[in-house]
Design a protein around this ligand. Structure first.
Ligand code: DCP
Ligand code: MG
Ligand code: MN
Length: 324
């Protein structure tokens, strides 16, 4: 319910955080923060309200109502884009540390004058973080841990972060009326601790609404590539997300392909070739007798993973065992 309200609430909160982060008026930041909370908890869906209805939300004035209207019609808030552009890259990097949000980054930047991850590490090592208002020893500990995680780029915690992100995306994209199915694939589905990016697969007749929903998620900071079958974005946690959309009837073959691993795919393709078949992300095909190079041949399996494995004479293989 009211996912849009949460989404808009998160963006208004980000405006509040970035105002503080960029040394803006604390009073104005507080009013955005109030509006963010009011919008997030409001009983009516924002999409059903007109300009007057928006201004009736307690804490939402003319200027905030204008930003909400702008977001509903364009998918952007110019003010937010402008603020994001003002944040120094080092501070953005601090915001990308797992467990550090813009609010904590703002506090650290403002109170300690810290604006790079290296300076932050030094501050953590000198125990200067615990002195900050509202920042206990526990938070300081989390920050030290977060920096290590960011720098090592590995470990169990990275998988947790990626999994959390994947579940949010799958919930958002999967809830769209145009979306038939949505699930994460890639190394995350194989539960690799070194997960390099978050691969998400969805099915729909029309991919457009799904791609748009992805690029508009509040934690998406940059669109790296946008196309009808694949869109890649970067998130505020620094992780990349690849969303691929295929027709509903190809879910199984696409899921096998995008779950990988690459080595597993190579092994499956070799097995297919031996049986006179051809396996791709689009399906398992029987090559025609003429060896038609132009066409893929007759599609014999693609709807479910089980169907694809069965047609190759294999039982369904659990993703964690698909390393070769
Ligand atoms: N894939 C493939 N051949 C390629 C590229 C990709 O078969 N040349 C398939 C197998 C991969 C899947 O697509 O598992 C997703 O591609 P990624 O590059 O995201 O690879 P992984 O998710 O497996 O690993 P990483 O943790 O590096 O993201
Ligand atoms: Mg991947
Ligand atoms: Mn990928």
């Amino acid at each position: 319910m009211a996912r849009l309200n949460d989404e808009v609430g998160a963006l208004l909160q980000e405006i509040a955080d970035l105002i503080l982060l960029t040394g803006g008026d604390a009073f104005r930041a507080r009013s955005y923060e109030k509006a963010a909370r009011a919008v997030g908890g409001y009983h009516a869906d924002l999409a059903t309200l007109d300009a007057k209805g928006l201004r009736d939300i307690p804490g939402v004035g003319t200027s905030t109502a204008g930003k909400i209207t702008e977001y509903l019609s364009t998918g952007r808030m110019a003010k937010l884009d402008e603020l994001r552009a003002q944040v120094p890259p080092g501070v953005r990097e601090i915001m990308a540390i797992p467990t550090v949000g813009p609010k904590t980054a703002a506090l650290i930047h403002r109170e300690l004058g810290v604006s790079t991850v290296d300076e932050l590490r030094a501050a953590a090592e000198q125990d200067r973080l615990g002195d900050l208002p509202g920042l206990g020893e526990k938070t300081a500990e989390n920050i030290r841990h977060g920096i290590d995680q960011l720098r090592s780029g590995g470990g169990r915690a990275l998988l947790d972060t990626a999994m959390e992100l994947a579940e949010e995306i799958v919930a958002s994209v999967g809830a769209l009326p145009e979306c038939h199915r949505c699930a994460y694939a890639g190394s995350l589905r194989r539960m690799r601790p070194t997960v390099g990016d978050v691969d998400v697969l969805a099915t729909a007749e029309d991919s457009r609404p799904l791609m748009d929903a992805l690029t508009r998620l509040p934690f998406v900071t940059e669109v790296l590539a946008a196309g009808p079958t694949k869109t890649s974005v970067r998130t505020s946690r620094g992780l990349q997300i690849d969303l691929r959309v295929v027709p509903p009837e190809d879910w199984g073959a696409a899921m096998v392909y995008f779950t990988g691993s690459k080595a597993h795919n190579i092994a499956l393709r070799a097995r297919a070739v031996k049986a006179g078949l051809k396996l791709s992300e689009y399906g398992l095909f029987r090559l025609t007798e003429r060896g038609d190079r132009g066409s893929e041949g007759e599609k014999i399996a693609s709807r479910t993973e089980e169907e694809v494995y069965a047609a190759l004479g294999l039982p369904w293989i659990p993703p964690t065992l698909r390393e070769d």
